[in-house]
Design a protein around this ligand. Structure first.
Ligand code: GLC
Length: 411
């Protein structure tokens, strides 16, 4: 096992994580880019901090929802692009402990999720709309308002601030398993953050941590441990220059990351489950987002999705956790995940009739329905007529629910 394999082991086994976008942007409730899109000035935006008091925040309940839904790690926004810190930063006053809530939300959240057994990931924005030495570009509110004179800004000072923040996060919150930096746009380069030096710092403080790929725009220099496509399930395992890498796609449950009161367009639990299974079948993970509101409540649409996933996980979780890409070809429209000599066939919808497995001739020990362990017969005859001996035809009950899984034990 290479050192990379060792570090990434838990990540590969987890397959499913919870992303949390939460900050003072949940007060105006229009998503985390609201300041930029609405052209709000700093004073207007800062007032939301005085109204941020999430008295209904119950991290133990969040952790339980996540765990039951099959999520095995969390990635929490310690700071988003607005620059507001959801932890007790020593380097700015623009932080959670200076709101009516007063407490260090990151500390509370980390404690509860860790106690439930989830791995801990921190999201930290490289972009900072608030810091006076961050250099604005077309994705910055000041640029959008027409400002172009940033001569007095000193990037080195911003970098120092960023490093200090990261150092604090990686020393005061116990073992951190994953760091999600966001992001290096086409207007920036990895030199902006001195990516290699940043990684040295990160690895020196948390030797087993894994870091995502957003310290660079071009992914060619490997200053990362895994890749992060966004709101899509790729058609194949993520590859760079012909080499396959570990990856995780992040995904919203509706159309927003941060809480958006108007957006009730939640995706169906089945759609999300299909995405999770497809990710697992391509050696990837799904990082599924929730955007809690300003009181600390998870939107009912998200709770509904997670409760639905929990029901499925109670019976079928082994077909996701610890599985990987299979080298076998599944029947058309279906998906395999694999763990050692066990293949999981994901049917998505109940079958029309018999299912023909395109290969596996002579390789199968037995096949059962994961839900109740009942045998799924292999069909060799039609009446008295012998079917093609090479054809592996099976007969799952047509009455099985959508998203059923067949467990195929190989010899
Ligand atoms: C996009 C969004 C950002 C969000 C991120 C999550 O970059 O602009 O707000 O945090 O996706 O990956």
């Amino acid at each position: 096992m290479s050192s990379d394999d060792k570090k990434l082991k838990w990540f590969r086994e987890a397959r499913f994580g919870m992303f949390i976008h939460w900050g003072i942007y949940s007060v105006p409730a229009q998503g985390e880019w609201a300041m930029f899109y609405n052209d709000w000035d700093y004073n207007y935006y800062d007032a939301f901090k005085e109204r941020f008091n999430p008295l209904k925040f119950d991290p133990a309940y969040w952790a339980e929802l996540a765990w039951n839904a099959g999520m095995r790690y969390v990635v929490f926004t310690t700071k988003h692009h607005d620059g507001f810190c959801m932890y007790d930063s020593k380097f700015t006053d623009y932080k959670i402990t200076n709101t009516p809530y007063k407490k260090d939300i990151t500390a509370e959240l980390v404690k509860a999720f860790r106690a439930k057994g989830l791995k801990i990931g921190l999201y930290h924005s490289l972009v900072d709309w608030r810091h006076e030495d961050f250099i604005p570009d077309p994705e910055h509110p000041l640029w959008k308002r027409g400002e172009r004179d940033f001569k007095n800004r000193d990037l080195a000072k911003y970098r120092e601030y960023l490093y200090n923040q990261v150092r604090q996060l990686l020393t005061e919150y116990g073992k951190i398993d994953l760091l999600f930096f966001d992001y290096t746009s086409k207007h920036k380069t990895s030199a902006e953050w001195d990516a290699e030096k940043m990684l040295e710092l990160v690895y020196s403080l948390q030797p087993e941590i894994i870091v995502n790929d957003r310290l660079t725009y071009e992914k060619t220099s490997k200053v990362w441990d895994y890749c992060t496509p966004e709101v899509t399930v790729p058609n194949s395992q993520v590859k760079i220059d012909g080499v396959e890498y570990d990856w995780e796609t992040c995904m919203t449950m509706n159309g927003h990351w941060g809480y958006c009161a108007q957006d009730k367009g939640f995706k169906s639990p089945q759609t999300i489950l299909e995405a999770l299974i497809k990710c697992s079948s391509l050696n990837g993970n799904l990082l599924l987002n929730i955007g809690p509101d300003a009181l600390g409540q998870i939107p009912p649409g998200s709770v509904n999705i997670m409760e639905n996933l929990s029901e499925w996980m109670k019976i079928n979780s082994e077909s996701v956790h610890g599985t990987e890409k299979s080298s076998h070809t599944p029947p058309r429209g279906m998906v395999y995940t694999q763990k050692g000599k066990t293949l999981y066939l994901h049917l998505f919808s109940p079958p029309m009739g018999d299912v023909i497995l395109p290969e596996l001739n002579g390789k199968i020990k037995n096949i059962s329905l994961l839900a109740d362990n009942s045998d799924v017969p292999m069909i060799t005859h039609w009446g008295t007529e012998l079917l093609d001996k090479k054809e592996i035809r099976i007969r799952p009950p047509t009455s099985i629910p959508p998203m059923s899984v067949l467990k195929i034990s190989l010899k």
